[in-house]
Design a protein around this ligand. Structure first.
Ligand SMILES: Cc1cc2nc3c(=O)[nH]c(=O)nc-3n(C[C@H](O)[C@H](O)[C@H](O)COP(=O)(O)OP(=O)(O)OC[C@H]3O[C@@H](n4cnc5c(N)ncnc54)[C@H](O)[C@@H]3O)c2cc1C
Length: 508
């Protein structure tokens, strides 16, 4: 266990600790450091509150928030009047600002929905009406010529353009929210799985037990546990929810978005599938992702990509964009939607964001599937409003709204690169050749403020190992740095959390 910025295993100074019982006192405990938990932590860190985020993995974004389409949705897909619709539209409208404040890669690309026949066009007309009822801006139909102008080579007879849709980096988004919350006094405790919750009737405070035997107390418990949010609710005595995981598989294509895909391209949606259909999305790093499929599964840990689904994905993507070529594929991944709808029903149920009347102080956030990341800031504001109705929240005078990430060589022109290298020669030493990541960037990632030190923590911060060679060149160099310069034993190096050790010992 490590307390971010408090030194390894050392509680931060202001955390009141009853040493004998290993009991940590807080105002608010947030369970889960995905996009929602990090956004809630950042929002609540505006106020004079003692906040701890407990996360079972070794870093932020280890759950759904690191396995999605990375699209800032406009909000036209959701039922008018639903929380999903309202919070998505609000989230979309504020997303560019939050990304600017927190220095997160964001590109307002727009998005195309493609119609293959008259029936699809009729569906798109309905979507525009629904979107406008939700308050979305910038939706209109396009004819085939306009479709081709916007996205040369795409199939289809016409479509719909959403000009407010964007793409962003979900890893750096979660990291930025968490780092900013940390700057403002929130604590992040990784490798800390919540295994028990008790609420004392004497003082109405929660005692939260983690797998390592520690106990944390707080007046407010905010359940942002994603796929496991129903289980956290159960630990608190609420048995009303059940999450049904629904897997979405993706292909990752090489950095060809600039030539091939200027904006996300989706098929016109079909009713009841509980997803948005297989789409092609450019990433802020220049790759293309194809997916996701939608398949209910039983196991909440099953992130497999299966041959059959992947075949189908590629065929559907090729119908949208015939120029696609299998040789462009460099990887795959899967994410699980935390659905509240039964497999036989499909479709969507609205987000649950509420304090439980039978368990005052417990704020449940359950079924936060897409567009959860887009809506994350308004969701967090809603949590703050729920607390503020009962307890006056005092704003800090020294709240820091912005945060800067370290410079990235590949974002700079040659003159700027030369200046950076002159300042620090480690910027001139390339460790990841595919993505042009320097030694200094790897060092910045290793020394990140949250204290996460897995290979994935370095990967998502520096973007090393993500290229066509899949880490073949840079992984050994990163490991070498961790061993020689940071004193780690090879056996201690994990890909993600405990259990993903990369080495079992030395052979010579
Ligand atoms: C296939 C797919 C595509 C999507 N595409 C988009 C998109 O393009 N745009 C968009 O806005 N949204 C999209 N979403 C939705 C978005 O990804 C989610 O709404 C969002 O990431 C949910 O965040 P979260 O913090 O609730 O969950 P998570 O990110 O899963 O975070 C929950 C955290 O809780 C932790 N946790 C669980 N149990 C415990 C415990 N007992 N103790 C301690 N910690 C615990 C987990 O380890 C995890 O880190 C997509 C989702 C999927 C699956």
């Amino acid at each position: 266990m490590a307390f971010a910025a408090g030194g390894a295993c050392a509680p931060a100074a202001d955390l009141r600790l009853h040493r004998k019982l290993l009991m940590y006192e807080n105002d608010v405990i947030i369970i889960g450091a995905g996009g929602i938990g990090c956004a809630v932590a950042r929002e609540l860190s505006r106020y004079e509150l003692n906040i701890t985020v407990l996360e079972k993995e070794c870093d932020v974004a280890g759950g759904i928030s690191g396995r999605n389409s990375a699209v800032v949705h406009a909000g036209f897909n959701n039922r008018p009047g639903s929380l999903m619709a309202k919070l998505c539209v609000r989230g979309n409208q504020g997303f560019e600002t939050i990304c600017r404040q927190l220095d997160v890669p964001y590109q307002k690309t727009g998005k195309l929905l493609v119609a293959f026949d008259e029936e699809d066009l009729e569906i798109l007309r309905g979507i525009i009406a629904q979107g406008e009822a939700n308050g979305c801006r910038g939706l209109h139909l396009v004819d085939q010529a306009e479709l081709q102008r916007l996205m040369p080579g795409v199939g289809g007879i016409g479509g719909m353009l959403s000009s407010e849709t964007a793409v962003f980096d979900p890893f750096l988004y979660c990291i930025a929210l968490a780092e900013n919350a940390l700057q403002n006094g929130a604590r992040f405790v990784f490798n800390s799985e919540v295994v028990g919750i008790d609420r004392a009737s004497s003082d109405a405070r929660f005692t939260v037990q983690t797998a390592d035997g520690r106990q944390y107390r707080a007046s407010y418990l905010i359940n942002c546990a994603g796929l496991y949010s129903d289980r956290i609710a159960e630990m608190a005595g609420i048995h009303d929810y059940r999450i049904y995981p629904c897997r979405g598989e993706y292909f990752i294509l090489d950095k060809i978005a600039d030539e091939l895909l200027p904006l996300p391209v989706y098929p016109a949606p079909k009713a009841g599938i509980g997803g948005l259909g297989v789409h092609l999305t450019p990433t802020t790093a220049g790759n293309i992702i194809i997916g996701p499929s939608a398949e209910y599964i039983d196991d909440r840990t099953d992130l497999a990509c299966t041959a059959e689904v992947m075949e189908q994905l590629f065929a559907e993507a090729k119908a949208l964009l015939p120029a696609l070529d299998r040789r462009q594929i460099i990887g795959s991944y899967a994410g699980l939607r935390p659905k509240l709808t039964l497999p036989k029903e499909g479709g969507y149920k609205d987000f649950v964001i509420q304090e439980e009347s039978s368990c005052p102080g417990l704020i449940n956030l359950i079924g936060i599937e897409s567009p959860g990341l887009t809506a994350s800031v308004p969701i967090a504001e809603m949590v703050a409003d729920i607390i503020a109705k009962q307890k006056p929240l005092h704003e800090k005078s020294n709240f820091v709204e912005g945060r800067k990430r370290p410079p990235r060589l590949r974002d700079l022109d040659e003159t700027q690169q030369a200046a950076l290298i002159a300042e620090d020669p480690e910027y001139g030493e390339i460790i990841c050749r595919c993505q042009k990541v320097s030694k200094r960037e790897i060092r910045n990632a290793i020394e990140n403020p949250l204290g996460a030190r897995s290979i994935s923590a370095i990967k998502y911060r520096a973007w090393a190992t993500t290229g066509r060679c899949n880490g073949g060149y840079c992984l050994t160099r990163i490991v070498d740095m961790l061993v020689r310069e940071y004193g780690m034993k090879p056996e201690e190096i994990t890909y993600r959390s405990a259990g993903s050790e990369l080495f079992s010992g030395r052979v010579k």
